[in-house]
Design a binder for this molecule. Structure first.
Ligand code: F42
Length: 170
């Protein structure tokens, strides 16, 4: 019984999130399979960006990146730490220093158009992966200042943690 209630609530919430972010365009929203992540997205978005704004008890701010799945075409929503460089957002594919890139990394490589929700503000942006070593070093410093554990994550993995910058669409 409880399970059924939870499911039907999820469905309502999913369609709410869908209509909020896609303005009616047909695209199914598939929540993250990680419950704590899906819950943060649900709270953040259903409150219009007034609740669920930080990573657990760190007090550090989070944004929600909405993008398209590269195989399903579905709407995906990924909370990330808020790292700003002027008006741009820096997206760090750290996944806690795991050995593999997060799936959203491949989604953003395929479709560079994203929506970024930063609390009550929503921006349509386009991402580009940072390949230039100097540019990456500058943005990495900004990222580690905003969220110091990124430095530990980099020591845990052999991969170079990818960074995207999200810029306002031209
Ligand atoms: N992750 C970070 O990497 N960096 C951060 O700064 C960060 C901050 C953060 C703050 C709050 C919070 O709640 C979470 C935070 N996370 C951060 C975790 C982040 O939100 C992601 O959960 C994490 O990076 C893992 O991303 P992921 O894309 O690998 O997610 C997995 C669990 C996932 O959702 N997998 C899906 C699945 O069903 O297994 C795949 C979803 C998908 O995109 N599928 C594609 C499609 O077409 O729909 C196909 C993908 C393919 O290529 O096969």
């Amino acid at each position: 019984m409880e399970f059924k209630l939870a499911k039907s609530h999820d469905k309502t919430l999913a369609s709410l999130l869908y209509s909020e972010t896609n303005g009616g365009e047909m695209s199914e929203y598939i929540p993250s399979p990680r419950e704590w992540v899906a819950n943060q997205v649900a709270l953040y978005e259903s409150s219009g960006g007034t609740e669920g704004l930080t990573l657990r008890d760190t007090g550090l701010p989070v944004i929600i990146v909405t993008n398209r799945g590269n195989k399903t075409g579905a709407t995906r929503k990924t909370p990330l730490m808020r790292v700003k460089d002027g008006d741009n957002y820096v997206l760090v594919a750290s996944m806690g220093g795991a050995p593999k890139h997060p799936v959203w990394y491949y989604n953003l490589k395929t479709d560079r158009d994203v929506e970024i929700r930063d609390e009550t503000q929503v921006f349509n942006m386009r991402v580009r992966e940072i390949k230039d070593a100097e540019e990456r070093a500058r943005l990495w410093e900004i990222a580690v200042t905003a969220y110091p554990p990124y430095a530990d994550y980099q020591t845990k993995t052999d991969r170079i943690i990818p960074i995207f910058v999200a810029e306002p669409k031209p």
